[in-house]
Write a protein that binds this ligand. Structure first.
Ligand SMILES: NC(=O)c1ccc[n+]([C@@H]2O[C@H](COP(=O)([O-])OP(=O)(O)OC[C@H]3O[C@@H](n4cnc5c(N)ncnc54)[C@H](O)[C@@H]3O)[C@@H](O)[C@H]2O)c1
Length: 342
C-alpha cells in the first residue's frame, strides 16, 4: 500500500457488486480498485472493462498474484468462509457480505484466524448505518429510552419463484444456508440484536415453506427471543408477499415507544416529546441498486477502509457480527426441525 491508499480487489461480480464497485469509485482518496474476479468470465470482464482493472476468474490466482490490502467478498453464502480463510493466510483483509457463513462453527473459525493473523475482518450489516438506527441506538445508550421491555420486527417481502430460478445457489440449504431468515430478515434481526446488546437467553421459533414449491428452504418464520437483560423480542418474516413492504420494527421501552418504518425512525417519549430521523436526502442512488438494499453500503465500506488505514477502530468486525450470526444459527437450530416437508 502507498501509505494513504489501499489496494482493493472485488471477488464476486453478481447483483450486489454494483454497490461495492460504486463505493470504490467514490472513495478513491482511500482506495484504488486493482482487480475483480468472478467464475463467470463475462461478469468479471464487464466490470474490469468498466473500471479499467484486471479481470480474474479464480480468486486464489488473484490473491496469489496481486499485492492486495483488502478484498470485498460478494459470493454465495457457502463460499464466504473458504475465500476469507485463503485471504487471511495471505495477510489480506476481508470485507464480507452478510451472512458470515452457513453455520456458526466455520464463522467462528474465520474470526479466530483473522485474529491470529492480525488482519481485519469486516462483515456488511449496512442497516446499522441508517440515520434511523443511529438515532435509536444512541437514545438507548445514553439512557433516554430507559429499559427496553419488548421489541418486535415484521418483514413481508416478495421473492417469487423467478428470484430463485435465476440463481444457482439461492433456495438451497447447503449453499444459501436457509431462506428468508438468513438472507432477508437478517438485517432486521441484526438491528434489534445490536440495539438490545445483551446475551441471548433463549430462542423459540417455528419455520415453514408455505409458498415456494421449487425450493426447500423456509419462506416463513416466527419466534420469540428472550435476552438475559429481560427484553422479549418477537419476530415474523415471510417472503411470499406481493411486494417489498417497508420493514417494521417497534421497541416498547420504559420511557418511550420507538417505531422504525424502513429507513425512518420515530421516538415517542412518554413526556409527549418526539425525536425522528429520516434517510438523508442527498443519498446517491447506484445504477442497478435496489431500494431494499438501502443506501448505507458506502458508509460502512468507508468505515472499513478507515480501519484498514488505521484511522479508526473497525465498527462491525467479525467478532461483532458473530453475535447476530450466532442468533441466526440458533434460530435455525430451533426452527428447522419444525419445518414441513415441502
Ligand atoms: N447487504 C445487503 O443488503 C445484500 C443485498 C444483496 C445481496 N447481499 C449478499 O451479497 C452476496 C452475493 O449476493 P448476490 O445477490 O450478489 O449473488 P449473485 O449470485 O448475484 O452473485 C454472486 C457471484 O459470485 C460468483 N461466484 C460464484 N462462485 C465463485 C467463485 N468460486 N469465485 C468467484 N466468483 C464466484 C457468481 O458467478 C456470481 O456472479 C450474498 O452474500 C448476499 O447475501 C447482501
Amino acid at each position: 500500500m502507498d501509505s494513504n491508499r489501499l489496494r482493493i480487489g472485488v471477488i464476486g461480480c453478481g447483483r450486489i457488486s454494483v454497490m461495492h464497485f460504486s463505493a470504490t469509485q467514490s472513495l478513491k482518496d482511500k482506495a484504488t480498485l486493482i482487480c475483480c474476479c468472478d467464475i463467470k468470465k463475462d461478469r468479471a470482464d464487464a466490470f474490469a472493462k468498466k473500471y479499467d482493472v484486471k479481470a480474474y476468474y479464480d480468486y486464489k490466482q488473484m490473491l496469489d498474484e496481486e499485492q492486495l490490502d483488502a478484498v470485498h467478498v460478494l459470493l454465495p453464502h457457502y463460499l464466504h468462509v473458504p475465500v476469507a480463510l485463503y485471504a487471511f493466510e495471505k495477510g489480506v483483509a476481508v470485507l464480507s457480505e452478510k451472512p458470515m457463513s452457513v453455520d456458526y462453527e466455520s464463522a467462528k473459525k474465520t474470526v479466530d484466524l483473522a485474529k491470529e493473523k492480525g488482519v481485519l475482518y469486516g462483515v456488511i450489516l449496512q442497516c446499522r448505518y441508517n440515520n434511523s438506527a443511529q438515532l435509536v441506538k444512541k437514545a438507548y445508550q445514553n439512557g433516554k429510552l430507559g429499559k427496553i421491555i419488548s421489541a418486535r420486527s415484521t418483514l413481508t417481502w416478495a421473492r417469487p419463484d423467478s428470484y430463485y430460478l435465476e440463481s444457482d445457489w439461492k433456495g438451497t440449504w447447503d449453499k444459501e444456508g436457509g431462506g428468508v431468515v438468513i438472507d432477508q430478515a437478517i438485517h432486521s434481526i441484526d438491528l434489534v440484536n445490536w440495539i438490545v446488546d445483551s446475551p441471548v437467553k433463549s430462542v423459540s421459533c417455528s419455520m415453514a415453506n408455505r409458498g415456494h414449491d421449487i425450493v426447500k428452504v423456509e419462506d416463513s418464520a416466527e419466534g420469540l427471543i428472550v435476552y438475559e437483560n429481560g427484553v422479549k423480542y418477537g419476530f415474523y418474516c415471510m417472503n411470499n408477499y406481493g411486494c417489498d413492504e417497508p420493514i417494521e420494527i417497534k421497541l416498547y421501552c420504559e420511557n418511550a415507544k420507538v417505531v422504525f418504518d424502513y429507513d425512518d425512525a420515530y421516538i415517542y417519549y412518554n413526556d409527549g416529546t418526539k425525536e425522528e430521523a429520516h434517510q438523508s436526502s442527498n443519498v446517491e442512488t447506484v445504477e442497478g441498486g435496489k431500494d431494499y438494499w438501502g443506501f448505507q453500503h458506502v458508509r460502512q465500506i468507508e468505515q472499513f477502509y478507515n480501519a484498514c488505514l488505521k484511522k479508526e477502530p473497525l465498527d462491525i468486525s467479525g467478532e461483532e457480527a458473530l453475535k447476530t450470526h450466532k442468533l441466526v444459527c440458533d434460530i435455525y437450530k430451533c426452527g428447522k426441525p419444525t419445518m414441513n416437508n415441502k
